[in-house]
Design a protein around this ligand. Structure first.
Ligand code: SF4
Ligand code: SF4
Length: 368
């Protein structure tokens, strides 16, 4: 987006140019050109916030890319470590012990990435640091402890779609991935799925995919959802072959995005001057990497973006995805690639973030 107003710089290394440096080599170039060396000092403990992928997922950012980020940080004399926080659901990243095993299973080891893993919110999610935000939704946001304690933070995000918020990039990585469980739950609380008994044929697909075991078959004729357990991921709705599951939204879907932006703001403000962002536009799948499977990507691989401005970075990333051709002859309006399941626009989070002074949606895309 270029409105002629004040613009942030987003550095972009496209894939597939042929000749010269490859996309892997460009990570170090992006790091320097985007000014990432300015956010860390010699001996700093630098958290590299990424997503190790759920067990069974295969579309996350591979460790070989993370290694290049780690090498760039080490090259500054700083001390990088990889981090993520525990999840709400029954997958294999719910506590720190299982999370590290899953990360190793998915290829994130000291020998492949060059950095140790520290799960940011501790063994069972209790290591958090409350930060005052005084927003519309939150007065305080719990930041995951290792993220709060780190001297600097490099946020490495995989750009994907997301059922609840529509778009997942830097803000999702911060607002869901760097905060405590209470905040995660609050962001998801708006979603309430319900089953139309007349359409359900008890095939069991939703039962198998539900990450928290919220679905059962009381009378064996149709699925029943326990809303006290449901975390509102929307996966059951997506998978139901009969279209029997609909989502009732407790309010506007934009509220979840605004909550996400407020949660992210706590981290951005706490790390002001010591935070930088990479967005990987590779394997851009419709759902995020929290699920135990990966769908085919929506578009061909695009490249990697880097910026000190997370609003500009997410805006540029979404624009690049929406301008790309379809992959695998997927059909549909490219402008709708990030439509949230509950309707409305994916861009609410960025508008709200801009209004909070967290960045600028106008950007200058600089190719490297
Ligand atoms: S939205 Fe559906 S799949 Fe997700 S937690 Fe709730 S019941 Fe389970
Ligand atoms: S996936 Fe749909 S049809 Fe199958 S059990 Fe669940 S609600 Fe019923």
């Amino acid at each position: 987006m270029d409105t002629g107003e004040q613009m942030a710089e987003v550095y972009f290394a496209p894939v597939g140019l042929g000749g010269g440096k490859g996309i892997l080599e460009k990570i170090g170039v992006l790091f320097k050109r985007a000014g990432f060396s300015e956010i860390m000092k010699d001996r700093d403990l630098v958290a590299v916030k990424t997503h190790f992928g759920e067990y069974g997922c295969s579309s996350f950012i591979p460790g070989i890319y993370i290694r290049r980020v780690v090498e760039s940080i080490s090259g500054q004399g700083a001390r990088p470590f990889l981090t993520d926080s525990g999840v709400l659901y029954l997958g294999k990243r719910r506590n720190a012990a299982e999370h590290v095993v899953t990360a190793h299973h998915n290829g994130f080891t000291l020998s492949t990435t060059g950095a140790p893993i520290v799960i940011a919110d501790g063994l069972i999610g209790s290591d958090v640091f409350p930060c005052r935000v005084s927003g519309k939704y939150f007065e305080n946001v719990d930041i995951a402890g290792a993220v709060a304690d780190a001297d600097s933070l490099v946020v490495v995000s995989h750009v994907t779609g997301h059922g609840l918020t529509g778009f997942a990039g830097a803000f999702k990585n911060l607002g869901m991935g760097c905060v405590g469980r209470k905040v995660k739950l609050s962001i998801h609380e708006l979603v309430k799925p319900c089953v139309d008994d007349s359409r359900c044929d008890a095939c069991g697909s939703c039962f198998k995919i539900c990450p928290v075991g919220a679905i059962s078959f009381g009378d064996e004729k149709s699925a029943v959802i326990d809303l006290d357990l449901c975390i509102g991921c929307g996966e059951c709705m997506e998978i139901c072959p009969q279209g029997a599951i609909t989502i009732e939204w407790k309010g506007e879907t934009g509220r979840a995005q605004e909550k996400l932006a407020e949660a992210a703001s706590a981290v951005i403000v706490q790390k002001r001057g010591a935070i930088a962002f990479f967005n990987f536009l590779l394997n851009v799948t419709p759902s995020c990497d929290c699920f135990q499977r990966s769908s085919s990507p929506m578009v061909p691989d695009i490249g990697i973006c880097a910026s000190l401005d997370p609003v500009a970075l997410d805006q540029a990333s979404a624009d690049l995805v929406m301008a790309a051709p379809d992959a695998f002859e997927r059909k549909g309006d490219p402008a709708g690639r990030f439509d949230p399941l509950g309707g409305g626009s994916w861009g609410v989070a960025l508008e709200y973030a801009e209004s909070m002074g967290l960045g600028n949606r106008s950007y200058d895309l600089v190719r490297v």
